[in-house]
Design a protein around this ligand. Structure first.
Ligand SMILES: Cc1ncc(COP(=O)(O)O)c(C=O)c1O
Length: 397
């Protein structure tokens, strides 16, 4: 095995290096001040994120998962309510619904964007009797069409909660920023996100003054004033160390997005040279059996929190093993769609109910796309993949 080049899935040390002095100085100030939870640094980050996301308010909390939970609590989701969400997403999207005793109603994705299919949402909504919210997920950093979703929410009379955990700074085809128009936008600062902290963290955006106030109270156990509770909330506070780190990183976020986009375009070109097509062409249509993300055009912006290609199911896992042998880190987002998860068995879904989610789970593989990736590293990844696919792809998909 020759392994002169290694390419991790993500290289956070490469991002940290140039920012080290600034971050250590800011962290030291927090340590000296000994004000660790909430406080002025958190407030400052909230102001900066609201501005960056083109939203009126931003409310920090302990994680993206909590952002979703708090958003659903904030709009008054109750046991027995129905909330529509995709099945092909991170667990927290539906876990937050379930934790409130409500029922996730899973809807299939559009295979071109991997995002929840709006027409299927409309159909699913017509079968619901207690629908109280819709949660579109801007998966992999690509926004859904928020104009269409907000219109659908208005038609159905339910709020639209944006799961923007992977999508800070993402812009949809009509120029709308993630988190700027939904009832609440929910973001994650998990370290692997485009804007990641040194631990867990999250934030909610909203343009609704009353809801912003309510979310701010709910994250502090529901106490307002302190120790006086009209509602029961949760403990979900953002800490000052995360806030100062995130404030520093936020200044670089647009440059990092641009570098990820450049890397995505490089991969696209490398795979296209081997004969690949984009995700709008199903693998079953033949040709070189590899599909690249369709991407978005201006004024939209895909922020490529993940860059996922698609290959036939028969070779996906072997390809992943082979890449590992060649020093390339990859991930499968997500191997089991949520309607197939054991914990949701009682909801009664069966294999075949959401075919696009099921095949995406079997055929996609995420490649390294972080901003500091070099062209040489990308060449290594792409050529290793193309060679393997040529040699091992089944005659028919
Ligand atoms: C789509 C999606 N929703 C929600 C979350 C939850 O965020 P966190 O890990 O910060 O709780 C994530 C994080 O991985 C995510 O990718």
């Amino acid at each position: 095995m020759s392994q002169s080049i290694t390419v991790p899935l993500l290289d956070l040390k490469a991002q940290y290096g140039p920012l080290r002095d600034e971050i250590v100085a800011a962290m030291t100030e927090v340590v000296e001040a000994q004000w660790f939870i909430m406080g002025p640094n958190v407030k400052e980050l909230e102001t900066q994120v609201a501005e960056y996301c083109h939203a009126k308010h931003a409310i920090g909390c302990a994680s993206g998962s909590d952002a979703l939970l708090l958003a659903l609590m904030g709009i008054g989701i109750e046991p027995g309510d129905e909330v529509i969400c995709p099945s092909y997403t991170f667990f927290a999207t539906a876990g937050s619904i379930h934790r409130l005793g409500a029922k996730p109603v899973f809807v299939d994705i559009n295979p071109t964007t991997y995002n929840m299919d709006l027409e299927l949402v409309r159909e699913a909504a017509s079968r619901c009797s207690r629908l109280k919210a819709i949660i579109p997920v801007h998966l992999f950093g690509q926004s859904v069409d928020m104009t269409a979703y907000n219109q659908l929410g208005a038609d159905l009379g339910v709020p639209v909660i944006e799961d923007a955990a992977q999508a800070i700074g993402s812009i949809d085809n009509n120029g709308i920023r993630a988190g700027s128009t939904g009832t609440v936008g929910c973001f994650s600062f998990f370290p692997s996100k485009n804007l990641g902290g040194f631990g867990d963290g999250g934030i909610m955006t909203t343009n609704d003054d009353v809801l912003a106030e309510r979310l701010g109270i709910l994250r502090l156990h529901g106490g307002k004033p302190k120790y006086y509770h009209h509602v029961v909330g949760i403990n979900s506070r953002l800490d000052a160390l995360q806030a100062v780190i995130l404030s520093i990183k936020l200044k670089h976020l647009d440059d990092w997005h641009a570098a990820r986009l450049r890397n995505a375009e490089r991969y696209n070109n490398m795979f296209e040279a081997a004969g690949s097509k984009t995700s709008s062409t199903p693998l079953s249509e033949g040709g070189f059996p590899l599909r690249t993300p369709e991407g978005v055009s201006e004024p939209g912006r895909h922020i490529y929190n993940q860059y996922c290609i698609r290959v036939p199911e028969a070779i996906r896992n072997q390809l992943r093993d082979h890449l590992k042998d060649q020093g390339v880190g990859t991930e499968i987002y997500y191997p089991v769609p949520l309607h197939e998860q054991a914990c949701f068995e009682s909801l009664g879904y069966k294999l075949g109910d959401l075919p696009e989610s099921e095949s995406a789970a079997r055929e996609t593989i995420a490649l390294p796309i972080y901003p500091e990736l070099t062209e040489e590293q990308q060449n290594h990844v792409a050529s290793t993949i193309c060679k393997f696919v040529e040699q091992h792809a089944p005659a028919k998909v």
